[in-house]
Design a binder for this molecule. Structure first.
Ligand code: BGC
Length: 620
């Protein structure tokens, strides 16, 4: 019987795959009557989110048959369909199959921080749509993105997943990503609610202290906007705000999300975040953590196994109301009804010509030209180009962080793209971004003497950015600086291309290069996109969405900080201060004596191969 109800619900869901999710009363009535037939264990099962990577196929199937999961994450293709069928057969309720798809499934687009530099919301939406299409093809109906944390600290490895430091731009980009997903029936998650990007010192998972006024002015707006455009879920973040971790934060989850904003979608915990309430020190044990989380409003438990273990006990003891569990289950069932739940493998292929073309275009439009003394664009007349550097031919690194479904051999690296365009000689210089092997540096230098131009692809391996990949030192790694200096000694003109997951402090390196392009990790087609820019096939149009500091000590540094009562009038010069000068030698202003106030490149910076004239606006 239940199975029939759900098949009817699924048909309805499929009919609205290509439109913004709608909520119909008959569906609500069906959910209500289904809820009445469910036992408390069945209800709790719906709130349990399991990671397929943590158990065997047999264990997974068994748990699904017993109705112990409402959602399985990190599973795709044939097993996803098997689980879906088993869920329907044994429980009558389909599963949510979820995956972290952050900037593409198989075809990887530039990391979000790169995409934002295109400032092209239509292109970003289309990339999201094509990514959703591939994702759904693998049986996945729900993804944990977009990440709309506003970020101001490049030490934090997760800036790669963000759209940069501006609240409005982050909101607009996030909205377009949600719309792109909706066009293909993929449910989105606005994460990480909230303030996760403000981690003290840029150290992942760290404490945040964000006054309400800053929460509202800076961090909350993107979530509000995404909810208003129908984003199906919100993920509560790991961090604490004002001493209360989000998984137990009634004020932020209940008072703001539910009461003030009327959000009726699913609030998901982050991975293991409910049990981490004990480590945070706000719950004595996992049982108390469970009580705090459900009472604060967390609907689904991602891999803490807390709801499954303690919810019934807490209801029996009267510590929580069954009605709270019912409300959470309803929201999960509503989500299952609203999103298309793929039931059949698709015959379409990934890496479609459309997706690959867009990936190349977005990679080109994300690249930011920071310096050009006339060396660019390259042409056939540029002569022989030495292609070098650890990122020159590393497909696995150029795709960037959060690329769990990456498959080697589909991408175009800078080396491959440059070889298609001109005379190229290749010497890696270093094997990977942290390498310090000077022997191969010597080979690159020898090759440089035989070339006319050097194209040096520097930056970070993909593993240096993303979750838990915080850095205290955000310079180019030592070996890469050595390689640059050695190449510079040859006297050959150098174009330096940075492929990284974050802004790096490259002030010293600027002087050693004739042209500099900041390309971030550009995805599957990064090489193609960069080569189009280097050869002038695409006029560089990327503009930074995150300030590049001169020195890590300036962080946090962002364009729209408030004035202070003593804004600096000029940049101080520490060397010019006469010995023996007493206090306030450069005036009592708000700056660093050694690094002033200005960044290396501000938000919005980016050159092109042409010039523009800005005039007064004319109303016609
Ligand atoms: C991350 C989330 C992610 C989740 C599931 C967590 O560690 O913070 O962004 O969606 O894992 O993979």
């Amino acid at each position: 019987m239940k199975s029939k109800v759900w098949i009817a619900l699924l048909c309805a869901a499929f009919l609205c795959i290509n439109c913004t999710p709608k909520h119909s009363d008959p569906a609500q009535a069906r959910i209500d009557s289904l809820l009445k037939t469910m036992t408390i264990q069945q209800k709790i099962g719906q709130l349990n989110q399991l990671n397929a990577k943590c158990m065997s196929r047999e264990q997974l199937i068994e748990k699904v048959q017993r109705g112990e999961a409402g959602c399985i994450m990190n599973v795709s293709d044939s097993l996803a369909y098997v689980l879906q069928q088993q869920a329907l057969r044994y429980t009558g309720i389909p599963l949510l199959i979820a995956r972290d798809m952050i900037h593409g499934y198989h075809t990887l687009f530039p990391i979000p921080l790169g995409q934002a530099c295109s400032w092209d919301t239509a292109l970003v939406r289309e990339a999201a749509r094509l990514s959703a299409r591939e994702t759904r093809r693998h049986g996945i109906g729900w993804t944990f993105s977009p990440m709309v944390d506003v970020v101001r600290d490049p030490r934090w490895g997760r800036v790669a997943e963000s759209y940069g430091e501006d609240t409005y731009l982050t909101s607009v980009m996030g909205e377009q990503v949600v719309r792109g997903y909706q066009m293909e029936g993929l449910a989105a998650t606005a994460k990480h609610y909230v303030g996760y990007g403000a981690a003290e010192g840029g150290r992942d998972y760290n404490t945040t202290w964000i006054p309400e006024v800053q929460l509202r002015n800076t961090y909350l707006l993107p979530f509000y906007r995404l909810i208003k455009c129908g984003c199906e879920a919100v993920m509560a973040s790991f961090n604490e705000v004002q001493g209360m971790p989000l998984s137990a934060n009634k004020h932020l989850l209940h008072d703001i999300l539910r009461d003030e904003w009327k959000f009726d979608g699913v609030i998901d915990s982050d991975y293991g975040a409910i049990e981490q309430l004990v480590k945070h020190g706000v719950a004595a044990d996992k049982k108390e953590a469970t009580r705090l989380a459900i009472r604060a409003g967390v609907d689904m438990d991602m891999e803490s196994h807390a709801y499954k273990k303690y919810l019934k006990e807490l209801i029996d003891e009267g510590a929580i109301r069954e009605a709270d569990v019912d409300s959470a289950v309803k929201r999960v069932l509503q989500m299952k009804e609203r999103v298309g739940l793929p039931l059949q493998p698709s015959v379409e292929e990934d890496y479609s010509a459309e997706a690959m073309e867009l990936a190349g275009r977005l990679a080109a439009e994300s690249a930011v030209l920071l310096k050009n003394n006339g060396l660019l664009p390259l042409s056939k007349q540029s002569g022989k180009v030495l292609v070098t550097g650890p990122l020159a031919d590393s497909e696995g690194d150029q795709v960037g962080c959060w690329s769990p479904d990456y498959e080697a051999g589909h991408g175009i690296t800078p080396l491959q793209a440059m070889q298609q365009r001109g005379r190229v000689v290749y010497s890696p210089g270093l094997r990977y971004s942290r390498d310090r092997n000077t022997r191969i540096i010597r080979d690159a230098v020898k090759a440089a003497y035989q070339a006319d131009v050097i194209a040096y692809f520097a930056g970070e391996e993909q593993l240096l950015s993303g979750e838990a990949q915080s850095l205290a030192d955000i310079r180019l790694r030592e070996g890469q600086r050595q390689l640059l200096h050695a190449l510079h000694e040859t006297g050959k003109p150098i174009v330096l291309v940075i492929m990284a997951g974050r802004p790096l402090t490259i002030e010293d390196e600027m002087a050693y290069a004739d042209a500099v392009v900041y390309a971030y990790h550009g995805g599957t087609m990064a090489g193609e996109g960069i080569a189009r820019v280097l050869y002038g096939e695409t006029n560089p149009c990327g503009k930074l969405t995150m300030t590049i500091p001169r020195h890590v000590g300036q962080v946090p540094i962002y364009y729209n900080h408030t004035n202070t009562g003593r804004p600096a009038r000029q940049e101080p010069d520490i060397q010019a201060i006469p010995v023996g000068t007493k206090a306030h030698p450069a005036g009592a202003f708000s700056f660093y004596l050694d690094y002033g106030t200005k960044p290396l490149f501000p938000f919005g910076y980016g050159l092109s191969y042409t010039t523009y004239e800005y005039g007064s606006p004319v109303v016609r």
